[in-house]
Design a protein. Structure first.
Length: 302
């Protein structure tokens, strides 16, 4: 009888397992939303000023964040939390959008999307130093192999050598990884969606004036695809996606959940092919399978 009871109870997942699974689901939804960011940014900057796109997306999302914070009557963060929020704002609200927009001004979205495959490793490294999150030793080889697989895929299909847009994308990956890791650490203290809301609010003194100053003189002269792309990055990439992403990192763990972003380049390439008509190589499914194996094993050992 005792054996039967033990077997039955072990069939139910523990609260920690449920929380990790829930975090993975939230993180995957956030990743899928982010996958459309670079194709949408590419569409936006083809008809709009790069700095207007960067500031405008933060300003629109910041207004939404202000309304949400006021409606739900959130407490003000402490001074120490505000300092951490400045790091988040610098990384994911201003730094990453600006650097990617500058890169996308001169190269196709497909070229820049592959660099996102390096983001999970960068996020995990920052989390190691910032929050002391320490995955098991077996996690790191799988995480590194997955990132290398994506990087080698990018180099194999590169039409030109390493150039300025590549440096911009590497910088974007670093500041974004820092913002993700710091935001996930802070989410455990003030709440997941509260992190991006306060980071956006802190950015408003910069984003609102720049948006106003760089507003196109003729809104009708801007192509419709550019406005659609701008709308996507403002509403989904800068706001809704983060509501899911930071909750996923906080509940599922940075190392475990961040690995799902290895799939983001492939979703992004599909979006770029469907919306911008950019070429998708036929070996994409093969490298995606390699990445899927690495993600599965990295999650197992995180």
């Amino acid at each position: 009888m005792g054996m039967t009871i033990q077997t039955a109870s072990s069939a139910f997942p523990s609260p920690d397992a449920k929380r990790r699974r829930r975090g993975l689901i939230y993180g995957t939804i956030g990743m899928a939303i982010f996958a459309g960011s670079l194709p949408a940014t590419r569409a936006a900057v083809l008809g709009l000023d790069v700095f207007f796109v960067t500031a405008g997306r933060a300003a629109i999302a910041g207004i939404l964040a202000t309304a949400l914070v006021l409606i739900t009557r959130q407490r003000l963060p402490t001074m120490r939390e505000f300092l951490a929020l400045f790091v988040v704002a610098g990384g994911v609200v201003l730094g990453f959008p600006l650097l990617t927009a500058l890169a996308l001004k001169s190269v196709p979205a497909a070229h820049t999307i592959i660099f996102i495959g390096l983001l999970p490793l960068a996020t995990s490294c920052f989390a190691l130093f910032q929050s002391g999150e320490r995955p098991r030793a077996a996690f790191w080889p799988w995480a590194i192999v997955g990132s290398l697989a994506v990087a080698l895929y990018a180099l194999w299909h590169a039409s030109s050598g390493f150039a300025a847009p590549d440096l911009l994308m590497l910088g974007a990956v670093l500041v974004c990884g820092l913002g993700y890791a710091e935001g996930s650490r802070l989410a455990k203290k003030i709440g997941s969606w509260q992190v991006i809301c306060w980071a956006l609010i802190l950015s408003l003194p910069v984003s609102l004036p720049v948006t106003w100053l760089l507003m196109p003189s003729s809104l009708a002269a801007v192509p419709l695809p550019s406005w659609i792309g701008f709308g996507y990055v403002s509403l989904f990439s800068m706001f809704i996606g983060f509501l899911f992403w930071y909750r996923g990192l906080a509940e599922g763990g940075v190392a475990r959940v961040s690995q799902v972003q290895l799939f983001q380049p492939f979703l992004g390439l599909l979006f770029a092919g469907l919306t911008l008509g950019e070429r998708i190589s036929p070996d994409l499914p093969l490298i995606a399978l390699v990445v899927a194996l690495c993600v599965t094993q990295a999650r197992k050992h995180a």
